[in-house]
Design a protein around this ligand. Structure first.
Ligand code: PSV
Ligand code: MN
Length: 386
């Protein structure tokens, strides 16, 4: 197989998971702008996600967020998803929106609140059993705002204890993905602020615990591809929450702010053997001012483009240049791949998959946006936190 054919074959296997919450209304703490046609329940979110998959061919699963996507019958929801051509993906927990969680959840000083948080996480595993989801994605808003507010070390002990209980509950083929974030909503200490803390807990827990890298959760200037390379080397990279940031946790379309960074990340993924179903490639985005479905299609395409470029790196030439200490040549090999216009290649890939080569144009021509705007009238639109 030629290198190009191998790249095309790999691109056809790509799977980017889209988040249910990206289909609902969202905004900043200043304003949530409602949009016509936005889903009113999890089923309508799945219908929209199915459109993203229909036009891209590489978005076969949808992440749920509990309680935002709470339903009576999760097995029925999974069936509904499959009838629409997608599957349910990671179950995201939420221990940050109840009044009880003012001082934290799993790290809270009060054992009763910790119990409530762990019970929620256990409920998420029950949901995974019903949906067939393999990943429980954990992000904790826990932390403190003031020096002395709580005992930093004791909070780590509580975290370890709570995580261990949930870990024990995981079934065959199920994993927990622990997400870190360097600040917000806590500003003095965050209980899982960085990959090192997440890694230390996951290492202690065992092989079913893996770290998830949300690209928006780092301080400016952080070399995220180094973190990716290190976690892959340790066998501890569980997945990504992809988005873009200009400042902090902006949650904008992935690849919009810094496509070169996305390429560098995807190169380390490919280089480290991470382009496999063992690593979950998820989006975690909130589209505030742009139309939801096209923005998600654009994000999926941006991940595809970065992946295509990463797959085109001439690894032999790169290794030779690196081994001979040829700094300029090594850099040139990498930049050659980055500067390749992969859009014609991706158009070919889509045609070979029986898809329209232009997903955004095809979506626009499909009339779906007009249809949902006309049909989804009345009721309560889904929104961040609802
Ligand atoms: C937290 O900022 C986060 O990245 C976590 O993944 C949450 O589950 C998600 O955002 C919710 O918006
Ligand atoms: Mn995230």
């Amino acid at each position: 197989m030629t290198e190009l054919a191998a790249a095309k074959a790999a691109l056809k296997t790509q799977a980017v998971e889209t988040p249910s919450w990206a289909y609902g209304n969202s905004g900043t703490r200043f304003k949530v702008f409602a949009q016509a046609g936005v889903p009113r329940d999890p089923r309508e979110k799945l219908q929209d996600a199915a459109k993203v998959h229909e036009f891209t061919g590489v978005a076969p699963t949808v992440a749920l967020h509990i309680p935002w996507d709470r339903v009576e019958d999760y097995a029925a929801l999974a069936k509904f998803a499959e009838e629409h051509g997608v599957k349910l993906g990671a179950i995201n927990s939420n221990t940050f929106q109840d009044d009880d969680y003012r001082l934290g959840s799993i790290c809270h000083p009060d054992a009763a609140v910790r119990r409530k948080a762990v019970d929620h996480l256990l409920e998420c595993v029950d949901i995974m059993d019903a949906t067939g989801s393999k990943d429980l994605k954990l992000w904790f808003a826990d932390g403190t705002n003031y020096p002395g507010q709580d005992d930093i070390r004791a909070r780590q002990d509580r975290l370890a204890e709570g995580l261990a209980e949930v870990y024990e509950r995981l079934g065959e083929g199920q994993r927990m993905l622990l997400e870190y974030k360097f600040f917000e909503p806590a500003f003095y200490t965050t209980d899982v602020p960085d990959w090192g803390t997440a890694y230390a807990h996951c290492l202690k827990l065992g092989p079913k615990a893996q770290v998830v890298v949300d690209t928006g959760h780092h301080a400016p200037g952080t070399n995220i591809e180094f973190i990716v390379a290190t976690l892959l080397r340790e066998g501890k990279l569980g997945g990504f929450d992809f988005n873009s940031r200009f400042y902090a946790d902006d949650d904008l379309m992935v690849g919009a702010a810094d496509p070169f960074q996305l390429f560098r990340i995807m190169y380390e993924v490919v280089r480290g053997g991470g382009f496999t179903p063992e690593v979950a490639f998820m989006l975690d985005q909130c589209h505030n001012i742009e139309a939801k479905i096209p923005a998600i299609i654009r994000s999926v395409m941006n991940v595809q483009e970065a992946t295509a470029k990463a797959l085109l790196v001439d690894r032999e030439a790169l290794a030779a240049a690196q081994a001979s200490g040829d700094v300029l040549e090594a850099n040139a090999v990498l930049m050659d791949a980055y500067n390749t216009d992969v859009r014609p290649l991706l158009r070919e890939v889509r045609e070979e998959m029986g898809l329209d080569p232009e997903p955004l144009k095809a979506y626009k021509a499909s009339g779906w946006a007009e249809r949902i705007a006309a049909e989804r009238v009345g009721g309560q639109q889904a929104g961040w936190g609802a």
